[in-house]
Design a protein around this ligand. Structure first.
Ligand SMILES: [Ca+2]
Length: 258
């Protein structure tokens, strides 16, 4: 998983790189030439909060929507963009991606959007191999193997298809992640993290990546009532002496209705 950009980011990335002069006023002037734009209008976004939570790095976009990353980026790490009136955005970047100008398109939030969590969450037990996917960048203390959050859904959501969107997730050490070379662990793998909606398992997360959309079955939605999402991390299938939870980090959980 060397280049996990959202489809949209890839389009912007390729089509804007050549034009980034007009957007940023010159790549050299802004160092890295990174810019945040409105995904629809392509207008630069001023004062957007940019952060690399795993590195404790924060900055803001300037009047031209431009920003630089004054942080050492080697392994994959999550870059987060937050701006009032827009959906929380995150993208997994690495040294290679960060070495080119990034044009990040963020989307206006809709009335029905539900942001469940925009913080970075670490699930697991703080015990992990340095070969684990992205382990070297793990910084936060684990909140345990399970994350649960309650939120409201309106009756109106029944007229739409609803998704749980996981903005970014790293550290998943499943057999598939190993096969896809997302980690360098040779002697073990973990069961996939499981996602529960109102008590029913609705998905397994087998890979790391951005913007993973998990459909919420209509029959499970409690309209005009409290709904609950639970994410439980996987367990190392080769550690029999004790339970070794897969240490993962995820960011930007939201409900999308479309
Ligand atoms: Ca662990």
């Amino acid at each position: 998983m060397k280049k996990i950009l959202t489809a949209f980011a890839i389009i912007l990335f390729t089509s804007y790189t050549a034009n980034s002069t007009s957007l940023t006023g010159g790549v050299s002037e802004h160092g890295a030439g990174n810019v945040v734009v409105d995904a629809q209008t392509h207008a630069p976004i001023v004062d957007a909060q940019i952060s690399l939570p795993q590195k404790g790095y924060r900055t803001k976009t300037d009047k031209k929507g431009a920003f630089t990353l004054n942080a050492t980026i080697n392994d994959e790490t999550i870059l987060s963009v937050q701006k009032e009136g827009y959906r929380p955005y995150s993208i997994t970047i690495d040294k290679e991606i960060a070495s080119h100008p990034m044009v990040l398109g963020i989307q206006k939030s809709e009335l029905m959007d539900v942001v469940i969590d925009s913080e970075m969450l670490h699930l697991g037990d703080n015990t992990f191999s340095s070969d684990s996917a992205n382990a070297r960048d793990f910084k936060l203390q684990a909140i345990g193997p399970t994350y649960t959050k309650q939120f409201k859904m309106t009756t109106n959501t029944l007229n739409y298809t609803n998704y749980l969107v996981i903005g970014s997730i790293i550290g998943v050490d499943t057999e598939m992640a190993r096969r896809m070379k997302q980690n360098t662990i040779t002697n073990s793998y973990s069961s996939p993290p499981e996602v529960y909606f109102n008590g029913k398992k609705i998905a397994e997360i087998k890979l790391n990546g951005d913007n993973q959309k998990i459909k919420l079955p209509k029959s499970l939605i409690r309209p005009d009532d409290v709904n609950e999402i639970t994410i439980q991390t996987g367990v190392n299938q080769f550690q029999k002496a004790r339970v070794d939870y897969d240490d993962i980090e995820l960011m930007n959980l939201s409900i999308l209705s479309e």
